[in-house]
Structures are given as structure tokens and as C-alpha cells.
Design a protein around this ligand. Structure first.
Ligand SMILES: *Cc1c(COP(=O)(O)O)cnc(C)c1O
Length: 404
């Protein structure tokens, strides 16, 4: 590492609150599926800023739309209408079949809004103030208090207790555990269609269908968190969101991460009764959420997805990634499982993967974990087979260096 890059890192460690153990590189610029650090070293990017930069870096149409918007107007206020928000909402509705959109600045805020909408919906129905939410163990929904309260990882919650309360945890893909927890007091069941941070666990067809039925039977809303697994990441023909491959509709869904492809924007979307009988004027708000710049980003991203057939491309390249990962699993005894959907994949190891990720980084490959023992693959959706092959070569080398 150059003295210059080391100096920048040292500076950061003096100034930034140390809430991350960061890898020892300063990323400087990106081009397509490549990133470059301050020293000019090139990396193949299989993280995409954690499932954010779906279109790769430096997309011409995306960049010029943002520049154009900056010259028009960046921020208004939600007390006035702005066209990018209307266009983005129209496109989101078209690809999701949901009825109403509320834009946020982040994923966690989308979860907050979804939870508030569910509580309001239930309160309007029966006037009770003790409604419960059912969430899944090993889930991840964000770091704010509401989102943390439904995050099924005690380690994240413990130092910050008490949580919002009235949350019960069930087991992903164990329908009986949801059945045991649900009652007429339940206002919502929240889950990620494919668990991301918790280790890349897709919901089974039977489970998601069963949870939908349990919600209907108990008058509870189904909230699907698609912040990581949505926006075409899991492929499936025309499916922009993972739940569309199951034929099961949520009442409320959340999106963020790839929605803005780098510009902070999220949203929660509501359908049917949940849209009609929940949040009204005065119930919820945000200063920045839905601003013209962020919404122009979302609008443009959705437009590019359509024009470039991004989801169809995921369907083309993802099976190849799966095949190559399965080959790697066959080669290394320390790899115990490969699972995922589309370009959201995980390799589970019988040991911590940190050393392998460090070696990969040295070899010019950016990877990230999901929990201690899982390497997560969330590349830009535009990767091709050649990049998959390049990644596999680099990963193979890193595994040999780290584990043998
Ligand atoms: C990243 C993530 C969040 C939180 O989003 P932020 O933008 O970091 O607040 C919520 N849910 C899931 C599934 C995520 O992957």
C-alpha cells in the first residue's frame, strides 16, 4: 500500500466513528464492474456496494440523467409535487402490481414506514394498542429502532434494549413456528423473501404460500422485505421482485439498495386494503424522501432495467455462476453448502471466511461475507460469463492461499 493511501486510512480512523472494521483499501473510482483504489489497483467487484450498483459503475444514461436533474432541481419538499417522484412511482407500481408508493432515504426507513402502516391498519380495524408483529430469526431489516426490533439477530439488538416491543420471532421456512406465534393480535408478519445478511436463505414456496394463508386467516398483513433480494437480483423472467416468482403477493413491500443504484432512495409500497386503510395525511413524513434527485435516479434505473432487459440477463448468467460455485464446492471440503437465487448467492464454509476475503482482495477481487462462515455473491447484475470465470479463478486462488 502506498504511504498516501495509508495516510487516508489513518485519518479515517481518527475521524469516523468506528462502527465498521473496514478492509484496508480506499476506493476511488469505478468503471463497469471494476473498482480502483487510490493507488490505481484494479478490483473485480462482486459486491456492488452490497447489492446496490446493479447497473455497474459509470452507466452513461444513468449519469447524464442525474447531471441533468442536478441542473434542474435537487430538492423541493413533500408539500409540493415533483415529476421524478411521480414517474418513479408509476414505474414501481407497473413492475410490482402494488397500488401506492412512499419514498424513503434508506432501507431501514422503508421498514419503519411499513411497520407503522401495519400498526395503523390494525388500529383502525379494532382500536387495540397491543398489536404484535411476527418476524423471522436470522432476519435483517436495518439499524433503526423499529427495523432493529424485527431483526432476528440478538447480537444486534441486545445492547439497545428495550426494542419497540410486541415482536415475536418465528423460524424461516418453518410454517408451524409461524402458526404457533400468530393470533388475532398479530398485525403483520415481516420477512425477507430471500434472507440476505442472515446467510442467503430463500423462502420455500410452501412456506411463503403458507404464511400468506396464515395472514389471511388472521387478518394480518404480509410485509415482504425486498431491499436486498429485489430489483431483479433473483431473476425469473419479468420478475423485478423475488416474491413475484412465488405467485404470492404481499400487502406491503419494501425496496431500497439497487433502487437508486447508488443514490440513497428506498420505498415502501402498499396494496389493496393496506393502501386504502392505513397511513393518511399527518401520519408519516420525511424531509428528503422522494426528492427529485433520488427519484430521478430510481426512475432512470427502472427505465434502464426495461430497456436493457436486465432481469433476462440475470436469468442467463446466474445458472452459470451457480454451476461454477457448485464446482468449487466439489473441490474444497471446507465448503459445506451453496444456496441462493439468481445473482444473490452464498457459499457456506465450515470456518470463518474472513481470511479468504482478505486474500481475494489482495488478488484484486472484492467479496463480502454474510455472517461469519458464508461468502456472499451480489455482483452488479450486468456481469457476464467472462467475469464469472475471472472471479472463480481469483476465488480459487484465494481459498488455496487462505485454507491450505
Ligand atoms: C440492507 C438491508 C436493509 C437496511 O437498508 P439500509 O439502507 O441499510 O437502511 C433492510 N433490509 C434488508 C433485507 C437489507 O438487506
Amino acid at each position: 500500500m502506498s504511504a498516501q493511501m495509508q495516510a487516508v486510512i489513518d485519518q479515517a480512523e481518527q475521524d469516523l466513528l468506528h462502527t465498521y472494521n473496514r478492509y484496508q483499501i480506499v476506493l476511488d473510482r469505478g468503471e463497469g464492474v471494476r473498482l480502483y483504489d487510490l493507488d490505481g489497483k484494479e478490483y473485480l467487484d462482486f459486491v456492488a456496494g452490497i447489492a446496490v450498483f446493479a447497473l455497474g459503475y459509470g452507466h452513461k444514461k444513468y449519469n447524464s440523467a442525474l447531471k441533468d436533474q442536478i441542473d434542474h432541481i435537487i430538492h423541493t419538499s413533500n408539500y409540493y409535487y415533483n415529476e421524478p417522484a411521480i414517474h418513479a412511482a408509476r414505474r414501481l407500481k407497473a413492475v410490482s402490481g402494488m397500488d401506492r408508493v412512499f419514498f424513503t432515504n434508506s432501507g431501514a426507513e422503508a421498514i419503519e414506514g411499513a411497520l407503522k402502516a401495519a400498526r395503523k391498519y390494525a388500529w383502525l380495524k379494532d382500536g387495540r394498542q397491543d398489536h404484535e408483529i411476527i418476524a423471522m430469526n436470522h432476519s435483517f431489516h436495518g439499524r433503526t429502532f423499529g427495523a432493529l426490533s424485527v431483526t432476528g439477530n440478538p447480537k444486534y439488538r441486545e445492547p439497545f434494549e428495550p426494542m419497540i416491543g410486541h415482536v415475536r420471532f418465528a423460524e424461516m421456512n418453518d410454517l408451524e413456528s409461524v402458526r404457533a406465534a400468530i393470533s388475532e393480535r398479530t398485525c403483520a408478519v415481516i420477512l425477507e423473501t430471500v434472507q440476505g445478511e442472515g446467510g442467503i436463505h430463500p423462502a420455500t414456496q410452501e412456506f411463503l404460500q403458507g404464511v400468506r394463508q396464515l395472514c389471511d386467516d388472521n387478518g394480518a398483513l404480509l410485509i415482504l422485505d425486498e431491499i436486498q433480494c429485489g430489483m431483479g437480483r433473483t431473476g425469473g423472467g419479468q420478475a423485478m421482485f423475488a416474491w413475484q416468482r412465488y405467485g404470492v403477493q404481499p400487502d406491503i413491500m419494501t425496496t431500497a439498495k439497487a433502487l437508486g443504484c447508488g443514490v440513497p432512495v428506498g420505498a415502501f409500497l402498499l396494496r389493496g386494503d393496506a393502501a386504502e386503510h392505513s397511513l393518511v395525511a399527518g401520519d408519516h413524513g420525511t424531509t428528503y424522501g422522494g426528492n427529485p434527485l433520488a427519484c430521478r435516479a430510481a426512475e432512470t434505473v427502472l427505465e434502464i432495467f426495461e430497456e436493457e432487459g436486465i432481469v433476462a440477463h440475470v436469468d442467463e448468467v446466474a445458472p452459470y455462476l451457480e454451476k461454477r460455485l457448485d464446482e468449487l464446492k466439489a473441490k474444497y471440503d471446507c465448503i459445506t453448502d451453496r444456496r441462493g437465487a439468481g445473482l444473490l448467492q452464498g457459499l457456506e464454509f465450515d470456518r470463518p471466511v474472513g481470511p479468504a476475503i482478505e486474500r481475494a482482495l489482495e488478488g484484486g477481487l472484492i467479496l463480502i461475507n454474510a455472517g461469519q462462515q458464508i461468502i456472499r455473491f451480489v455482483p452488479p447484475l450486468i456481469i457476464g460469463r467472462a467475469e464469472v470465470d475471472e472471479m472463480m479463478d481469483k476465488l480459487d486462488r484465494a481459498l488455496t492461499e487462505a485454507f491450505s
